[in-house]
Write a protein that binds this ligand. Structure first.
Ligand code: MG
Ligand code: ZN
Length: 374
């Protein structure tokens, strides 16, 4: 009798300790830190901005660039489908759609089949969206986020696609592709619910964006002029874009901002052109980073589509006086740096194909991937 009682007490004690241990385990599971996803993603593309351009731009600015404030750095492999040296259309389509495609392709795969872009998906999911560029807005880089065309050269066809997706904001050049067209349509009269203006009517700085409308502002008739000749809208446009989209979007936003003409300086083998365009883009990045730092819910990614010019800093250079050389008037195949700041930035460390930028942005948004990676 007595023996049994002691055994029972012993059993009860063991059982009790087990229960306590169970509870401890459960508590540890609960303690797992919560994963933070960004509300907003801003992709900034310096067209033709390789490490040579970044280095020269940095030295030219007294050994400083805002890119030094990005805690995560990665590298992407920029090759196109069927061609080692990519153009801006194939590269931007890789960022926008997650597919490798042929040079000249705008938002279509290697078989010219349209692929949904991250901007279109953001619209579908109720996010606000925007595009800002210092080229025409129908040029390869911005076009690849909103249009689907077998050729980057079909500017008028690409312009009509800005009516198909209800993009919340776009700022860039190329008014003539909207209002002086071969088909005699004036697309500017077809945008409904837009606060629409252009360079000949109003300065960008003078416009108060109405958050109850969408915004379209065309900065030039054809290509915008270089920064060195007085183009000065990228910085205010970037600031106004993030503030406007932030105000408009309760669920967050996707914005692509392009420093388009770093590439044009490379094609022209003109070092001063590269340096002034880099400086303009660097200041736009700074404005966006200021917003992201205050906001705390914004992921900022800065990269390039490819390098242009085979631009290199020569032995005779000093910090104040750069001597540079070019190996090409076209794009080169060098790998491209990626800078990331904000929630989920760590995803962008490492070396990966340019298509991964698309997948990493979607994963950062915590969108469940249904797409096969390639
Ligand atoms: Mg471009
Ligand atoms: Zn180019």
């Amino acid at each position: 009798m007595k023996k049994t009682a002691i055994s029972l007490i012993c059993l009860a004690f063991i059982f009790n300790s087990c229960k306590v241990q169970d509870r401890v385990v459960i508590k540890e599971v609960v303690k797992t830190p919560e994963v933070i996803y960004p509300k907003n993603v801003i992709l900034m593309i310096g067209d033709g901005m390789g490490l040579g351009q970044i280095s020269a731009g940095m030295y030219h600015q007294g050994n400083k660039t805002i890119l030094e404030e990005f805690p995560v750095v990665g590298i992407h492999k920029p090759a196109a489908f069927g061609k080692l040296i990519t153009d801006s259309a194939a590269a931007a389509t890789s960022f926008a759609c997650g597919v490798k495609t042929y040079n000249g392709a705008i938002g279509v795969d290697k078989d010219t089949i349209p692929v949904k872009t991250i901007l279109e998906e953001a619209e579908e999911k109720g996010l606000a969206t925007g595009l800002v560029a210092t080229s025409t807005i129908v040029h390869a880089t911005p076009a690849s986020f909103i249009a689907h065309n077998k050729s980057r050269k079909n500017y008028e066809e690409i312009a009509t696609e800005f009516l198909a997706t209800e993009i919340d904001l776009f700022i860039g050049g190329g008014k003539k592709y909207f209002d002086r067209r071969a088909d005699d349509r004036n697309l500017l009269n077809e945008f409904k619910g837009y606060q629409l203006s252009h360079y000949a009517e109003q300065e960008l700085d003078e416009i108060e964006f109405d958050p109850n409308k969408n915004v379209a502002y065309l900065t030039s008739d054809a290509d915008p002029i270089p920064a060195a000749q007085g183009r000065d809208y990228l910085i205010p446009a970037s600031k106004k874009a993030v503030e406007f989209l932030d105000k408009k979007a309760s669920q967050g936003f996707f914005l692509m901002i392009e420093g388009s003409q770093i590439d044009w300086g490379g094609h022209a083998n003109n070092s001063d052109y590269i340096l002034t365009e880099f400086s303009d883009f660097d200041k736009a990045i700074s404005a966006v980073l200021d917003f992201a730092k205050t906001d705390g819910e914004t992921l900022v990614i800065v990269t390039a589509d490819h390098e242009t010019g085979g631009y290199a800093i020569q032995e005779e250079s000093t910090m104040d006086s750069l001597v540079t050389a070019f190996t090409s008037t076209y794009h080169t195949g060098t790998m491209i740096p990626v800078f990331a700041y904000g929630p989920q930035a760590e995803r962008f460390a490492g070396i990966y194909e340019n298509t991964e930028i698309y997948h990493k942005m979607r994963e950062a948004f915590n969108w469940i991937s249904t797409m096969q990676k390639n």
